[in-house]
Ligand binder design. Sequence first.
Ligand code: GAL
Length: 373
Amino acid sequence: MFTKKPPLGWNSWNTFGNDISEELLMQTADAMVKKGLKDAGYEYVVIDDCWSLRERDEKGDIVTDPVKFPHGMKYLADYIHSKGLKFGMYSCAGVKTCAGYPSSYHNEFRDAKLFASFDVDFLKYDFCNVPQGSNGPLLYHTMGMALKESGRDILFSACNWGSDHVETWIRSCGAGMYRSTGDINDNFASVRDIALSQVDKLAYSGVGCYNDIDMLIVGMYNRGNVKNGGCTDVDYKTHFSVWCVFGSPLMIGCDVRNVNDVSLELMKNKDLLRINQDEECRTAFVCGDNGNKGLCFFRHLSDNEYALMFVNFADEEAEIKLDLTNIGLWDGCGHGLCCRDVFTNEKIVIERTKTEKLAAHDSKVFLCKTVSI
Ligand code: GAL
């Protein structure tokens, strides 16, 4: 499927891992509607690994686990579609998924047809247990073609964790998004490592195929499958801001049935989502650098607007300085930036430089326009 904006949705893995069921998925779809996430733009409800039995049937098809999903996947797809949402599933390019379930190696066309028969709209395609000597890009080409032939318009979400210089070839395989990082876990160090590892790769993301810097941990508070210490609300704010400004797909990873108001409002922040979903899908670039403690990013948006983000990645207070020369507004050009803080709505004009003093892990995001000074 060709998609003009980074996909938004929810995925079962971060919180639930193996512990998934029809009931969970239906309740999640209900919660996404009731809590305004669907209206905010989140549309995919995706089952990750662990949805099938351990063996294929005698015809060779993967079998849905009848205990976890008693009415089968088509029933679940119909329910999710009836809520105005889209349905996603998971397979893998190897002989087994990462959790050891049947996977699509040399069964690509068969499995793509099966997913199409379930009315799937999205397929995440992992990279575990690939036979030695296999050609990774070709495995993604095969599934890319199988999905096209399947009879359904399915968004192809590749997941080889950023290996094999994936950014240079994945767009050629028909993927609509691709994981450009290893797995996230629920602590700030993981957010920082992912963010810093992506700065040089952002230019590979663009309309039709987006760098996916992994599913969100917002609202998890050290509960669930990828818990590893947890985060504060400040950490989650910075995490979500970076994912939005970097233009990543946003796949919610917490239990949306029980999400708290702070996390819910963060993930529904209109200005951050407007930046993330900007139709021009341009690249954020570094415009200020405090010796690895903090960075400042600038991104061109449509409608003569710009996003400006200061991030303190350090575990202590730090100052990050923007000099407008670094975004092309040279001293004497007669122009500065008029900016609105997307969290507080405070307005500031930056005439030449701006230094933000930020607490550990904190960040600020502004929507800006140029202004004569
Ligand atoms: C990993 C993948 C995770 C999750 C997991 C399932 O390889 O990066 O996002 O899908 O497999 O086993």
